[in-house]
Write a protein that binds this ligand. Structure first.
Ligand code: ZN
Length: 160
């Protein structure tokens, strides 16, 4: 399995989440407090000192599906693809994962096609198609734990 960089140009969902603060235990060396160690390590790889546990507060992010109840999780599994996040903004970004029955909600550009002008009409069409395709799901997400949800058009790069 390889990792590739993908580019999405089109509609996407921006969901702002309540921060989830979790406590976790990390191992630290009293002599090298900023060095990071794997969970399986017991001694400092720099000085050989025995590592000590330290409890830290960490912010975690979850899968968008966790915003739905169990019944809706089954219903909407695979509808959206959570492609990236912005931890500072407590935001996750999702793109459509279904063949849109109302028309395209993004631009698929093959190499060698030359230039493609993105007009206001194309943007509006993509946004409309996206909103219609995912309307019910978006309404479900709006009534749950999000702090905010926006449908946007733009350019996202992500690793798959
Ligand atoms: Zn050390």
């Amino acid at each position: 399995m390889s990792i590739e960089k993908l580019t999405h140009v089109g509609s996407y969902l921006e969901i702002q989440l309540e921060p989830i603060i979790e406590q976790k235990t990390i191992m630290i060396c009293p002599n090298h407090k900023t060095h990071e160690y794997k969970d399986s390590m017991f001694y400092c790889s720099l000085c050989g000192t025995k590592l000590e546990p330290k409890i830290i507060q960490g912010q975690t992010y979850f899968d968008w599906m966790e915003l739905l109840n169990e019944k809706d999780q089954e219903k909407y599994e695979g509808y959206l693809w959570q492609v990236t996040e912005n931890k500072a903004k407590q935001t996750v970004y999702l793109i459509g994962n279904l063949r849109n029955q109302f028309g395209p909600d993004n631009l698929s550009v093959k190499s060698g096609e030359g230039a493609i002008e993105i007009t206001v009409d194309i943007i509006n069409e993509c946004l409309t198609n996206f909103s219609r395709q995912y309307e019910k799901l978006i309404n479900k997400l709006l009534t749950s734990k999000t702090k905010g949800l926006k449908i946007k058009f733009g350019f996202i790069t992500f690793w798959n």
